[in-house]
Design a protein around this ligand. Structure first.
Ligand code: FAD
Ligand code: SF4
Ligand code: SF4
Length: 406
Protein backbone atom coordinates (compact mmCIF):
# COMPACT_ATOMS: atom_id res chain seq x y z
CA UNK A 1 0.00 0.00 0.00
CA UNK A 2 1.08 3.54 -0.52
CA UNK A 3 -1.67 5.86 0.70
CA UNK A 4 0.17 9.07 1.47
CA UNK A 5 -1.46 11.70 3.67
CA UNK A 6 -2.63 14.76 1.77
CA UNK A 7 -0.24 17.30 0.29
CA UNK A 8 -1.92 20.05 2.31
CA UNK A 9 0.04 18.90 5.35
CA UNK A 10 3.36 19.47 3.58
CA UNK A 11 5.99 21.21 5.71
CA UNK A 12 6.50 24.95 5.88
CA UNK A 13 9.91 25.22 7.58
CA UNK A 14 12.87 26.46 5.56
CA UNK A 15 15.24 23.78 6.86
CA UNK A 16 13.20 20.64 6.27
CA UNK A 17 13.50 17.56 4.09
CA UNK A 18 9.85 16.57 4.52
CA UNK A 19 10.62 13.38 6.44
CA UNK A 20 6.89 12.96 7.05
CA UNK A 21 6.49 14.00 10.69
CA UNK A 22 4.92 17.35 9.79
CA UNK A 23 2.24 15.42 7.85
CA UNK A 24 1.38 13.24 10.86
CA UNK A 25 -1.50 13.82 13.28
CA UNK A 26 0.99 15.47 15.65
CA UNK A 27 3.13 17.78 13.52
CA UNK A 28 4.42 19.58 16.61
CA UNK A 29 6.64 16.55 17.19
CA UNK A 30 9.00 18.10 14.61
CA UNK A 31 10.45 20.19 17.45
CA UNK A 32 11.76 17.05 19.17
CA UNK A 33 12.36 14.95 16.06
CA UNK A 34 14.16 17.21 13.65
CA UNK A 35 17.78 16.91 12.70
CA UNK A 36 17.70 20.59 11.68
CA UNK A 37 16.43 22.00 14.96
CA UNK A 38 18.51 20.72 17.86
CA UNK A 39 19.86 17.25 17.17
CA UNK A 40 20.99 15.18 20.16
CA UNK A 41 23.40 12.78 18.52
CA UNK A 42 25.45 11.93 21.60
CA UNK A 43 22.48 10.88 23.74
CA UNK A 44 20.66 9.09 20.90
CA UNK A 45 23.81 7.16 19.93
CA UNK A 46 24.09 6.07 23.54
CA UNK A 47 20.47 4.98 23.70
CA UNK A 48 20.45 3.15 20.36
CA UNK A 49 23.91 1.55 20.47
CA UNK A 50 24.42 1.33 24.22
CA UNK A 51 27.47 3.63 24.16
CA UNK A 52 28.78 6.89 22.76
CA UNK A 53 31.57 7.12 20.14
CA UNK A 54 34.79 5.88 21.68
CA UNK A 55 37.83 8.20 21.50
CA UNK A 56 40.06 5.06 21.46
CA UNK A 57 38.44 3.83 18.23
CA UNK A 58 39.49 6.73 16.02
CA UNK A 59 37.19 5.87 13.11
CA UNK A 60 34.16 6.34 15.36
CA UNK A 61 34.71 10.11 15.28
CA UNK A 62 34.13 9.92 11.51
CA UNK A 63 31.64 7.06 11.15
CA UNK A 64 29.82 6.86 14.52
CA UNK A 65 29.73 3.85 16.88
CA UNK A 66 30.25 0.50 15.16
CA UNK A 67 31.07 -3.13 15.88
CA UNK A 68 32.47 -4.14 12.46
CA UNK A 69 33.08 -2.66 9.03
CA UNK A 70 33.28 -4.74 5.83
CA UNK A 71 33.62 -4.52 2.08
CA UNK A 72 30.75 -6.61 0.81
CA UNK A 73 28.86 -7.86 -2.25
CA UNK A 74 26.03 -10.29 -2.77
CA UNK A 75 27.31 -13.32 -4.71
CA UNK A 76 24.30 -12.94 -7.00
CA UNK A 77 23.47 -9.23 -7.30
CA UNK A 78 19.74 -8.44 -7.33
CA UNK A 79 18.54 -7.07 -10.69
CA UNK A 80 17.65 -3.38 -10.46
CA UNK A 81 19.57 -2.82 -7.20
CA UNK A 82 21.74 0.26 -6.78
CA UNK A 83 24.82 -1.85 -5.95
CA UNK A 84 24.43 -5.55 -5.29
CA UNK A 85 21.16 -5.20 -3.38
CA UNK A 86 22.27 -5.97 0.20
CA UNK A 87 19.82 -3.40 1.58
CA UNK A 88 16.64 -4.77 0.04
CA UNK A 89 17.74 -8.42 0.39
CA UNK A 90 18.05 -8.11 4.20
CA UNK A 91 14.54 -6.63 4.34
CA UNK A 92 13.21 -9.33 2.02
CA UNK A 93 14.56 -12.05 4.34
CA UNK A 94 12.99 -10.34 7.37
CA UNK A 95 9.62 -10.59 5.58
CA UNK A 96 10.26 -14.19 4.46
CA UNK A 97 11.13 -15.20 8.04
CA UNK A 98 8.10 -13.31 9.35
CA UNK A 99 10.40 -11.36 11.67
CA UNK A 100 8.58 -8.17 10.65
CA UNK A 101 5.02 -7.36 9.61
CA UNK A 102 6.13 -4.79 7.03
CA UNK A 103 9.06 -2.84 5.61
CA UNK A 104 8.80 0.94 5.33
CA UNK A 105 10.87 2.22 2.41
CA UNK A 106 10.73 4.05 -0.95
CA UNK A 107 9.69 2.93 -4.39
CA UNK A 108 9.83 4.94 -7.62
CA UNK A 109 6.93 7.25 -8.37
CA UNK A 110 4.87 5.64 -11.18
CA UNK A 111 5.26 8.79 -13.35
CA UNK A 112 8.91 9.57 -12.65
CA UNK A 113 11.53 6.86 -12.07
CA UNK A 114 13.77 9.34 -10.17
CA UNK A 115 11.16 10.50 -7.65
CA UNK A 116 11.04 8.59 -4.33
CA UNK A 117 7.61 7.63 -3.06
CA UNK A 118 7.08 6.01 0.37
CA UNK A 119 5.65 2.52 0.56
CA UNK A 120 4.84 -0.10 3.21
CA UNK A 121 5.76 -3.53 1.85
CA UNK A 122 4.34 -6.63 3.50
CA UNK A 123 5.17 -9.32 0.91
CA UNK A 124 8.78 -10.44 0.34
CA UNK A 125 8.31 -10.60 -3.45
CA UNK A 126 7.39 -6.88 -3.46
CA UNK A 127 10.81 -5.81 -2.13
CA UNK A 128 12.04 -5.68 -5.72
CA UNK A 129 9.87 -2.54 -6.16
CA UNK A 130 12.17 -0.71 -3.75
CA UNK A 131 15.50 -1.53 -5.39
CA UNK A 132 17.67 1.24 -6.80
CA UNK A 133 18.35 4.86 -5.87
CA UNK A 134 15.96 7.74 -6.41
CA UNK A 135 17.09 11.36 -6.11
CA UNK A 136 15.23 13.66 -3.77
CA UNK A 137 13.36 13.19 -0.55
CA UNK A 138 9.83 12.15 0.26
CA UNK A 139 7.80 11.80 3.48
CA UNK A 140 8.82 8.27 4.50
CA UNK A 141 7.66 8.62 8.11
CA UNK A 142 4.18 9.76 7.15
CA UNK A 143 3.41 6.03 6.78
CA UNK A 144 4.17 5.25 10.44
CA UNK A 145 0.58 6.05 11.47
CA UNK A 146 -1.00 4.04 8.61
CA UNK A 147 1.29 1.15 9.66
CA UNK A 148 -0.02 1.38 13.22
CA UNK A 149 -3.62 1.49 11.98
CA UNK A 150 -2.98 -1.74 10.11
CA UNK A 151 -1.76 -3.36 13.31
CA UNK A 152 1.88 -3.63 12.20
CA UNK A 153 3.92 -3.85 15.41
CA UNK A 154 7.19 -5.19 14.03
CA UNK A 155 8.71 -2.94 11.39
CA UNK A 156 11.88 -2.63 9.36
CA UNK A 157 12.64 0.87 8.09
CA UNK A 158 15.09 1.68 5.30
CA UNK A 159 16.02 5.34 5.15
CA UNK A 160 18.51 8.14 4.67
CA UNK A 161 20.03 9.91 7.70
CA UNK A 162 17.56 12.80 8.12
CA UNK A 163 14.66 10.32 8.10
CA UNK A 164 16.37 7.90 10.49
CA UNK A 165 17.22 10.72 12.91
CA UNK A 166 13.50 11.60 13.29
CA UNK A 167 12.55 7.92 13.53
CA UNK A 168 15.00 7.33 16.39
CA UNK A 169 14.07 10.54 18.17
CA UNK A 170 10.44 9.34 18.27
CA UNK A 171 11.07 5.58 18.52
CA UNK A 172 10.05 5.25 22.17
CA UNK A 173 6.66 6.86 21.47
CA UNK A 174 5.73 4.66 18.50
CA UNK A 175 4.48 1.62 20.44
CA UNK A 176 6.44 -0.84 18.28
CA UNK A 177 7.39 -4.30 19.55
CA UNK A 178 10.41 -4.52 17.24
CA UNK A 179 12.18 -2.08 14.95
CA UNK A 180 15.01 -2.90 12.54
CA UNK A 181 16.74 0.12 11.03
CA UNK A 182 18.68 -0.28 7.80
CA UNK A 183 20.32 3.01 6.84
CA UNK A 184 22.16 4.20 3.75
CA UNK A 185 24.62 7.09 3.78
CA UNK A 186 23.42 10.21 1.98
CA UNK A 187 25.05 13.31 0.61
CA UNK A 188 24.61 15.85 -2.16
CA UNK A 189 20.91 15.17 -2.37
CA UNK A 190 18.60 17.72 -3.92
CA UNK A 191 15.02 17.94 -5.08
CA UNK A 192 13.94 15.56 -7.84
CA UNK A 193 13.21 18.63 -10.02
CA UNK A 194 16.79 19.91 -9.61
CA UNK A 195 18.14 16.45 -10.32
CA UNK A 196 16.36 16.43 -13.70
CA UNK A 197 18.18 19.72 -14.53
CA UNK A 198 21.50 18.07 -13.65
CA UNK A 199 20.75 15.08 -15.90
CA UNK A 200 20.08 17.46 -18.80
CA UNK A 201 23.48 19.07 -18.30
CA UNK A 202 25.46 15.83 -18.33
CA UNK A 203 23.82 13.94 -21.18
CA UNK A 204 21.90 14.79 -24.35
CA UNK A 205 19.50 11.88 -23.63
CA UNK A 206 18.45 12.39 -19.98
CA UNK A 207 15.12 10.62 -20.48
CA UNK A 208 17.00 7.40 -21.30
CA UNK A 209 19.11 7.29 -18.13
CA UNK A 210 18.12 4.36 -15.90
CA UNK A 211 20.94 4.47 -13.33
CA UNK A 212 23.31 7.03 -11.87
CA UNK A 213 25.92 6.71 -9.14
CA UNK A 214 28.74 8.91 -7.82
CA UNK A 215 31.36 6.22 -7.43
CA UNK A 216 34.38 5.92 -5.15
CA UNK A 217 36.66 5.89 -8.23
CA UNK A 218 35.91 9.62 -8.71
CA UNK A 219 33.56 8.97 -11.63
CA UNK A 220 29.81 9.24 -12.14
CA UNK A 221 28.42 6.11 -13.74
CA UNK A 222 25.42 6.40 -16.05
CA UNK A 223 23.44 3.51 -17.52
CA UNK A 224 20.97 3.92 -20.36
CA UNK A 225 17.85 2.11 -21.55
CA UNK A 226 19.74 0.69 -24.56
CA UNK A 227 22.27 -1.03 -22.26
CA UNK A 228 25.00 1.60 -22.84
CA UNK A 229 27.28 2.58 -19.90
CA UNK A 230 29.18 5.83 -19.45
CA UNK A 231 31.64 6.97 -16.77
CA UNK A 232 32.27 10.71 -16.40
CA UNK A 233 35.17 11.86 -14.15
CA UNK A 234 33.96 14.12 -11.31
CA UNK A 235 36.31 16.84 -12.55
CA UNK A 236 34.57 16.92 -15.90
CA UNK A 237 31.10 17.43 -14.43
CA UNK A 238 29.63 20.88 -15.19
CA UNK A 239 29.19 21.65 -11.46
CA UNK A 240 29.98 25.33 -11.89
CA UNK A 241 27.04 25.61 -14.35
CA UNK A 242 24.56 24.62 -11.64
CA UNK A 243 22.56 27.39 -9.95
CA UNK A 244 23.86 28.47 -6.52
CA UNK A 245 20.85 26.99 -4.73
CA UNK A 246 21.03 23.68 -6.63
CA UNK A 247 21.78 21.85 -3.37
CA UNK A 248 19.28 22.96 -0.69
CA UNK A 249 20.71 24.34 2.56
CA UNK A 250 19.50 21.19 4.36
CA UNK A 251 21.75 18.95 2.26
CA UNK A 252 24.69 21.38 2.44
CA UNK A 253 24.53 21.47 6.23
CA UNK A 254 23.26 18.10 7.45
CA UNK A 255 25.74 16.59 9.86
CA UNK A 256 25.20 12.86 9.50
CA UNK A 257 26.72 11.42 6.35
CA UNK A 258 26.95 7.79 7.49
CA UNK A 259 23.56 7.31 9.14
CA UNK A 260 24.97 6.83 12.64
CA UNK A 261 21.62 5.93 14.24
CA UNK A 262 20.88 2.95 11.98
CA UNK A 263 21.47 -0.61 13.21
CA UNK A 264 23.39 -1.28 10.02
CA UNK A 265 24.62 1.18 7.40
CA UNK A 266 24.90 -0.03 3.81
CA UNK A 267 26.83 2.32 1.53
CA UNK A 268 29.72 2.24 -0.90
CA UNK A 269 32.02 5.10 0.10
CA UNK A 270 34.60 2.93 1.88
CA UNK A 271 34.06 -0.09 -0.37
CA UNK A 272 36.57 0.49 -3.22
CA UNK A 273 34.10 -0.57 -5.90
CA UNK A 274 32.03 -2.83 -3.64
CA UNK A 275 29.52 -2.11 -0.89
CA UNK A 276 30.58 -0.83 2.51
CA UNK A 277 28.83 -2.22 5.57
CA UNK A 278 28.91 -0.80 9.09
CA UNK A 279 27.25 -2.91 11.79
CA UNK A 280 26.62 -0.65 14.76
CA UNK A 281 24.96 -2.87 17.37
CA UNK A 282 23.78 -6.45 17.89
CA UNK A 283 20.65 -5.87 15.77
CA UNK A 284 22.91 -4.75 12.92
CA UNK A 285 25.02 -7.92 13.33
CA UNK A 286 21.81 -9.98 13.30
CA UNK A 287 20.72 -8.28 10.04
CA UNK A 288 24.04 -9.01 8.33
CA UNK A 289 23.96 -12.64 9.54
CA UNK A 290 20.60 -13.08 7.75
CA UNK A 291 22.52 -13.03 4.46
CA UNK A 292 24.53 -16.15 5.41
CA UNK A 293 26.72 -17.28 2.53
CA UNK A 294 24.81 -15.11 0.02
CA UNK A 295 27.26 -12.32 0.90
CA UNK A 296 31.04 -12.16 0.46
CA UNK A 297 32.71 -10.09 3.18
CA UNK A 298 36.26 -8.69 3.10
CA UNK A 299 38.28 -6.39 5.32
CA UNK A 300 38.02 -2.78 4.11
CA UNK A 301 41.21 -1.24 2.69
CA UNK A 302 42.59 2.25 3.20
CA UNK A 303 45.19 4.14 1.14
CA UNK A 304 46.31 7.66 0.22
CA UNK A 305 46.17 10.82 2.33
CA UNK A 306 43.17 13.07 2.70
CA UNK A 307 44.52 16.33 4.09
CA UNK A 308 45.34 18.22 0.88
CA UNK A 309 42.16 17.02 -0.89
CA UNK A 310 40.03 18.27 2.03
CA UNK A 311 41.95 21.56 2.18
CA UNK A 312 41.40 22.16 -1.57
CA UNK A 313 37.71 21.40 -1.10
CA UNK A 314 37.48 23.87 1.79
CA UNK A 315 38.96 26.66 -0.35
CA UNK A 316 36.42 26.00 -3.10
CA UNK A 317 33.49 25.90 -0.66
CA UNK A 318 34.62 29.22 0.82
CA UNK A 319 34.74 30.80 -2.66
CA UNK A 320 31.41 29.34 -3.72
CA UNK A 321 29.66 30.30 -0.46
CA UNK A 322 30.98 33.84 -0.91
CA UNK A 323 29.61 33.98 -4.46
CA UNK A 324 33.10 34.05 -6.05
CA UNK A 325 34.04 31.91 -9.07
CA UNK A 326 35.49 28.50 -8.23
CA UNK A 327 39.18 27.86 -8.86
CA UNK A 328 38.90 26.16 -12.21
CA UNK A 329 41.42 23.73 -13.59
CA UNK A 330 42.50 24.23 -17.21
CA UNK A 331 40.64 21.80 -19.48
CA UNK A 332 43.85 20.14 -20.69
CA UNK A 333 44.77 19.22 -17.10
CA UNK A 334 41.42 17.68 -16.18
CA UNK A 335 41.85 14.27 -17.90
CA UNK A 336 45.33 13.93 -16.36
CA UNK A 337 44.13 14.70 -12.84
CA UNK A 338 41.06 12.50 -13.42
CA UNK A 339 43.44 9.65 -14.24
CA UNK A 340 45.66 10.28 -11.21
CA UNK A 341 42.95 10.68 -8.56
CA UNK A 342 41.58 7.10 -8.51
CA UNK A 343 45.16 5.78 -8.39
CA UNK A 344 46.82 8.13 -5.90
CA UNK A 345 43.98 9.98 -4.15
CA UNK A 346 42.40 8.75 -0.89
CA UNK A 347 40.90 5.27 -1.32
CA UNK A 348 38.81 2.87 0.76
CA UNK A 349 38.27 4.04 4.33
CA UNK A 350 40.52 7.05 3.70
CA UNK A 351 38.12 8.11 0.92
CA UNK A 352 35.20 7.75 3.35
CA UNK A 353 37.06 9.82 6.01
CA UNK A 354 37.77 12.44 3.32
CA UNK A 355 34.09 12.80 2.42
CA UNK A 356 32.99 12.94 6.06
CA UNK A 357 35.49 15.75 6.79
CA UNK A 358 34.43 17.60 3.62
CA UNK A 359 30.81 17.38 4.72
CA UNK A 360 31.64 18.72 8.20
CA UNK A 361 33.50 21.67 6.67
CA UNK A 362 30.70 22.38 4.23
CA UNK A 363 28.13 22.41 7.06
CA UNK A 364 30.15 24.93 9.08
CA UNK A 365 30.87 27.29 6.18
CA UNK A 366 27.34 27.34 4.76
CA UNK A 367 25.60 27.69 8.12
CA UNK A 368 28.02 30.43 9.20
CA UNK A 369 27.12 32.35 6.04
CA UNK A 370 23.40 31.67 5.76
CA UNK A 371 22.01 30.83 9.22
CA UNK A 372 24.67 31.70 11.83
CA UNK A 373 22.21 31.74 14.72
CA UNK A 374 21.52 28.03 14.10
CA UNK A 375 25.12 26.93 14.55
CA UNK A 376 25.14 26.36 18.29
CA UNK A 377 22.08 24.12 18.07
CA UNK A 378 22.62 22.35 14.77
CA UNK A 379 26.33 21.50 14.90
CA UNK A 380 27.30 18.81 17.40
CA UNK A 381 30.76 18.93 18.95
CA UNK A 382 32.07 16.09 16.79
CA UNK A 383 31.64 18.27 13.65
CA UNK A 384 34.10 20.79 15.13
CA UNK A 385 36.51 17.96 16.02
CA UNK A 386 36.42 16.77 12.39
CA UNK A 387 37.09 20.29 11.09
CA UNK A 388 39.78 21.40 13.52
CA UNK A 389 42.74 20.38 11.33
CA UNK A 390 41.45 22.77 8.66
CA UNK A 391 41.56 25.92 10.72
CA UNK A 392 37.88 25.93 11.56
CA UNK A 393 37.06 26.45 15.22
CA UNK A 394 33.87 27.70 16.83
CA UNK A 395 33.49 31.31 17.96
CA UNK A 396 32.02 31.44 21.51
CA UNK A 397 28.50 32.02 20.19
CA UNK A 398 28.83 29.08 17.73
CA UNK A 399 29.80 26.44 20.28
CA UNK A 400 27.58 23.38 20.54
CA UNK A 401 25.02 23.67 23.33
CA UNK A 402 24.91 19.89 23.73
CA UNK A 403 28.34 18.31 23.85
CA UNK A 404 29.00 15.15 21.92
CA UNK A 405 32.25 13.19 21.80
CA UNK A 406 35.27 15.36 21.07
C1 FAD B 1 20.07 10.44 -2.23
C2 FAD B 1 21.07 9.37 -1.88
C3 FAD B 1 22.41 9.70 -1.74
C4 FAD B 1 23.34 8.70 -1.40
N1 FAD B 1 24.65 9.06 -1.23
C5 FAD B 1 25.54 8.11 -0.84
C6 FAD B 1 26.90 8.46 -0.60
O1 FAD B 1 27.30 9.62 -0.75
N2 FAD B 1 27.76 7.48 -0.19
C7 FAD B 1 27.34 6.18 -0.02
O2 FAD B 1 28.17 5.34 0.36
N3 FAD B 1 26.07 5.83 -0.25
C8 FAD B 1 25.16 6.76 -0.65
N4 FAD B 1 23.86 6.39 -0.88
C9 FAD B 1 23.46 4.99 -0.74
C10 FAD B 1 23.76 4.17 -2.01
O3 FAD B 1 23.36 4.86 -3.16
C11 FAD B 1 22.99 2.82 -2.03
O4 FAD B 1 21.61 3.08 -1.88
C12 FAD B 1 23.38 1.89 -0.95
O5 FAD B 1 24.75 1.65 -1.07
C13 FAD B 1 22.57 0.60 -0.98
O6 FAD B 1 22.84 -0.15 -2.15
P1 FAD B 1 22.03 -1.54 -2.36
O7 FAD B 1 22.40 -2.13 -3.70
O8 FAD B 1 22.21 -2.37 -1.15
O9 FAD B 1 20.55 -0.95 -2.41
P2 FAD B 1 19.16 -1.55 -2.96
O10 FAD B 1 18.98 -2.96 -2.53
O11 FAD B 1 19.02 -1.18 -4.39
O12 FAD B 1 18.14 -0.67 -2.07
C14 FAD B 1 18.16 0.73 -2.08
C15 FAD B 1 17.24 1.20 -0.96
O13 FAD B 1 17.34 2.63 -0.86
C16 FAD B 1 16.03 3.19 -0.84
N5 FAD B 1 16.05 4.51 -1.48
C17 FAD B 1 16.34 4.78 -2.77
N6 FAD B 1 16.27 6.09 -3.00
C18 FAD B 1 15.93 6.67 -1.83
C19 FAD B 1 15.69 8.02 -1.44
N7 FAD B 1 15.80 9.02 -2.30
N8 FAD B 1 15.36 8.25 -0.16
C20 FAD B 1 15.26 7.23 0.74
N9 FAD B 1 15.47 5.93 0.43
C21 FAD B 1 15.80 5.67 -0.85
C22 FAD B 1 15.20 2.21 -1.65
O14 FAD B 1 13.83 2.34 -1.36
C23 FAD B 1 15.78 0.86 -1.22
O15 FAD B 1 15.18 0.41 -0.04
C24 FAD B 1 22.91 7.36 -1.22
C25 FAD B 1 21.55 7.04 -1.34
C26 FAD B 1 20.63 8.03 -1.65
C27 FAD B 1 19.16 7.66 -1.76
S1 SF4 C 1 11.10 16.61 11.54
FE1 SF4 C 1 10.91 16.10 9.36
S2 SF4 C 1 9.02 17.12 8.64
FE2 SF4 C 1 9.59 18.01 10.63
S3 SF4 C 1 10.79 19.86 10.10
FE3 SF4 C 1 12.26 18.15 10.40
S4 SF4 C 1 12.56 17.24 8.36
FE4 SF4 C 1 10.71 18.54 8.27
S1 SF4 D 1 21.99 15.11 2.31
FE1 SF4 D 1 21.34 15.04 4.48
S2 SF4 D 1 19.57 16.44 4.60
FE2 SF4 D 1 19.90 15.97 2.42
S3 SF4 D 1 18.53 14.26 2.03
FE3 SF4 D 1 20.55 13.39 2.53
S4 SF4 D 1 20.46 13.01 4.76
FE4 SF4 D 1 18.77 14.37 4.25
Amino acid sequence: MNDLPSESAAPHRTLCTDCGISRSSEPKRCAAACQFIQPQYASLEKRVHGRARSPERTDELHFGPFIHMHRASLKHPSPGAQWSGITTRMAEILLQNKSVDAVLTMQADPHDRWRPSPILIDKPEDMQKARGMRMGYAPLLSLLEPAKQRGYKRLAVIGIPCQIYALRALEETLGLEKLYVIGTPCSDNTTTENFHQFLKLITPTPQEVTYLEFKANYHVELRFQNGKHQEIPFLQLPLSDLPKDFFPLTCRTCVDYTNVLSDITVGYMGGEGEQWIITRNTTGEELLALLGDEVVLKAPGSAGKRHSAVLGFKKNVELAAGGLPLRKMPNWLRPIVSWIMPRLGPRGLEFARTRVEMKAIESIIHLRREQPSRMKNMLPQHIWSLAKDYDLTPAPEEKATVLGPS
